[in-house]
Design a binder for this molecule. Sequence first.
Ligand code: NA7
Length: 545
Amino acid sequence: MDATAGEPIDADVDVDVLVIGAGITGIYQLYQLREAGFEVRLIEAGGAVGGTWYWNRYPGARFDSESYSYQYFFSEELLRDWNWSEHFAGQAETEAYLNFAVDRLGLRDQMQFDTRVVSASFDEASCTWTVTTDRGVNLRARYVISATGVLSVPYRPDVSGSDSFEGEQYHTGEWPHEPVEFGGKRVAVIGTGASAVQLIPIIAAEVESLTVYQRTPNWCAPLNNGPITSEEQEEIKRTHEEIYENCRRNFAGFVHRASKRHTFDDTKEERWVLYEKLWNEKGFAKLLSNYCDLMTNKEANDEFSEFLAEKIRGRVDDPATADLLVPKDHGAGMKRMPMETQYYEAYNRPNVTLVDLRTTPILAVTKHGIETSDGETPFDMIIWATGFDGFSGALLRMDIVGQRGRTLRDTWIDGPYTYLGVQIPAFPNFFVVGGPHVAAGNFPRATEMQVDFVTGLLTHVRDRGGQYVAAEPAAADEWTEHVAEAAAVVLIAESSWFRGANIPGKPKRYLPYAGSLVTFRKRLAAMAEEGYPGFAFEAPATVEA
Ligand code: NA7
């Protein structure tokens, strides 16, 4: 293998391992494999490090996980030398943190930016992958690890006339690096998911007018962010291990403590006391420290939803607008709950209007604005906050071809099929970290388990003198079925993007893993001890076409 760290990938090169994607997961994967003695290179489509935190630079973009629970925990040096300024850091700070980590770990030399992987195909004779990029360069790698993220393919609905609009148009997930001026402008925002909910209150104060086009309201709750005081900073530094342990004990990887109480163990009055307490707590405590049956018992969920509806109605002055903002088709937490800062209050501003797309659908984008069934409204700027082709989108836009010419697109025609979310039968030596079937929650805590597992697995292959590893079909059958069973016991909205419901034509399958991270981690640890059951380490003797 002949690639040298620091050399630009501008010629055909060979490496042991190629990692795709320089987000929080890809960076960690690169680091772990380098430390394990592999020769690794990383390719990234963006111009720099960051992944989600590189592309999503719209005003208001920030963590919904506590900063100190999202960061890397494996390095004492990083923990010691980085100080988060807010409980929930904004995009710029997170991007700076990832750059800090890359520099401190000395990883930049192994990375190649502005290069998009277009295809990867497995060569059965040599047990290697040939990877092509949009720079027309071929790479050969023994192993390929896709860390392409769950939110890296922005989705923009196909609305007639969008190209004819003469004003500015942006997607929150592809926000420009140059500053965008809002002052004096008439702005339309389409969508009311987590991105729009962060963006709207920030720009509402700057624009001349803001019109929000809402198809479905979400249950949103206060983020309760704030600066980290010097006392809190000291406490965070002192209790890193405890913070990490709390994350590891939480089924979704957050710092929040789970409750063992059931909703109807308490009277309505007692319930409202708990809900009010949670309302004032930080971030996802509202869901994760709630009664333990919140996401499994519809009546329990209705109770909390009623509490949240009261809050919305109490914060929005106009009752008709408030009513439009209260979800009717799903309960609290059944779709990814946006965390907000003064979101509902934005609708009390005289320059903000909410349009209900259920009663007044968009007919077209025109040269000057948006035409709905109510007529045309002129705009200077349209912001598409319409989400992503989540979980599987980034993998399926590459041409990935495994054994016997089998394509990933064909293999996943009915939805993702994986073993532990990390491998797919018939795609030997190809891995996914942080893709479909990864546990949804505090993302880095889930993906680090996959990274550690893949690192251990590749080390195991190397130690036994091998160069081939492939998930067995029976293991992937069992795991994919388990993913569906785990989702079946949780209340999840049919229309959630977690089910692929936001993308026309996408098969409706629950895409992440709804099971507990605690059991997942135990399972991975046991597998390492048992020699990785469910994986084959010998290439088939003859491969039939
Ligand atoms: P989301 O949460 O998928 O939200 C997308 C929004 O766009 C949502 O309100 C959608 O309405 C709306 N949407 C999508 N397609 C259309 C069309 N065709 N017409 C009108 N409105 C539409 O994406 P975000 O970027 O906000 O958040 C993604 C994740 O990023 C988030 O969960 C965090 O993990 C970070 P719908 O609800 O489908 O009716």
